[in-house]
Write a protein that binds this ligand. Structure first.
Ligand SMILES: C[C@H](CCC(=O)NCCS(=O)(=O)O)[C@H]1CC[C@H]2[C@@H]3CC[C@@H]4C[C@H](O)CC[C@]4(C)[C@H]3C[C@H](O)[C@]12C
Length: 325
């Protein structure tokens, strides 16, 4: 499972937790403006917006899990099993394979509005990257540096583009159902609850935090959706980049999956492999990993973005203990 948020305290931070039981050898990958993107059914693009994110560098093709471009448009792919359907190539459409979707949008669109225009002519095809790398069932959240976001789901009844008023996405079920489910948590609050139960029962509020007692605590995607939305809407904002980045990671880590809690096989447990966030206004990429909670930073502006080869960084997974005696 995965969780993605856009958090807008002053600048806009967008990214995700990647939760899985196996790791792919993913890296931080910057695609500069003159890298040539070849597409299965569309003409190549040899000049486009530069982007940074997490990808698998597959024979010099960036298979992005999540990324943002230099204009401040970002996109995250999250698992959407049993619902995601990709389609056959359709005449008259922009036929884009699911693994090409992030480069196609981020290469050409600067805002969510421009992304919507590209989406109006797109057809997500079922082509695989390779026999070994079959298409995975995903849905996507797209956000820009105004803080606006949308969700794209390709269901059996066609592609849906939803405006996203909460600025987060997890996994199943379909996005409208996730939104509807928030109704069940309308009374969750950061404040101490008022006794609406009965004025004949005396309640003395034995503990701080009782207002959020009914937040769901599970690892499942509905629970994480509600929890991360609540935590984000109640998060403090600041004028300091460091404080905002720190808060951003507190929000994502509040739905992180500890090893051992989400069993997916006899000896296999899903866990949060990494959490990342891009400052969409500034093109600065931040991440933590399961074993390294120190915030690591890659600034795309420090690279030559007018070049043509992928720029990659191995993720720093070794945490550091500060011994004080
Ligand atoms: C598994 C991840 C979602 C995490 C998640 O939600 N896990 C819960 C599983 S479960 O729901 O609990 O069962 C997703 C998110 C992004 C994906 C990559 C996107 C690029 C590329 C697309 C190609 O077509 C196939 C290979 C490819 C490298 C993809 C591999 C994998 O699919 C990635 C990492």
């Amino acid at each position: 499972m995965c969780t993605s948020i856009i958090f807008s305290p002053r600048d806009h931070y967008f990214g995700r937790n990647l939760d899985l039981e196996v790791t792919f050898g993913q890296q931080v990958v910057i695609t500069p403006r003159d890298y040539v993107f070849k597409f299965r059914d569309m003409p190549k693009i040899d000049h486009h917006y530069a982007m940074v994110g997490i990808a698998l560098n597959a024979d010099s093709y960036p298979l992005y899990f999540d990324a943002a471009n230099e204009k401040g448009l970002g996109m995250v792919g999250l698992n959407y099993p049993d619902n995601a359907i990709y389609y056959d190539v359709k005449e008259g459409k922009d036929n884009i394979a699911s693994f090409e979707f992030i480069p196609w949008i981020l290469g050409q669109a600067a805002t969510v509005a421009e992304a919507k225009k590209l989406l109006s002519t797109i057809n997500i095809t079922k082509k695989n990257f390779s026999d070994k790398m079959q298409a995975s069932p995903l849905h996507w959240i797209i956000a820009d540096k105004t803080g606006v976001s949308i969700v794209v789901e390709t269901d059996a009844d066609g592609m849906h583009v939803y405006d996203n008023p909460v600025g987060c996405l997890t996994n199943n079920p379909q996005f409208p159902k996730q939104l509807f489910n928030l109704n069940n948590y309308a009374d969750v609050s950061a404040a101490m609850p008022k006794n609406n139960f009965s004025d004949q029962v005396k309640m003395d509020g034995y503990s701080r935090g009782l207002g959020s007692r009914n937040l769901p605590g599970g690892m499942d995607s509905e629970s994480r959706f509600v929890r991360v939305a609540f935590n984000k809407f109640n998060a403090p904002t600041s004028d300091s980049e460091e404080e905002n980045v720190d808060t951003y990671f507190h929000i994502l880590h509040s739905v992180e999956q500890q090893k051992g809690l989400d069993q997916v096989g006899p000896d296999a447990f899903e866990y949060t492999i990494y959490s990342d966030g891009i400052n969409l206004d500034k093109g600065i990429f931040y991440y933590t990993t399961y074993t390294n909670k120190q915030i690591n930073v890659v600034d795309m502006n420090k690279e030559d973005l007018d070049s043509s080869d992928l720029i990659t960084y191995d993720m720093l997974t070794k945490g550091k203990f500060n011994h004080q005696n």
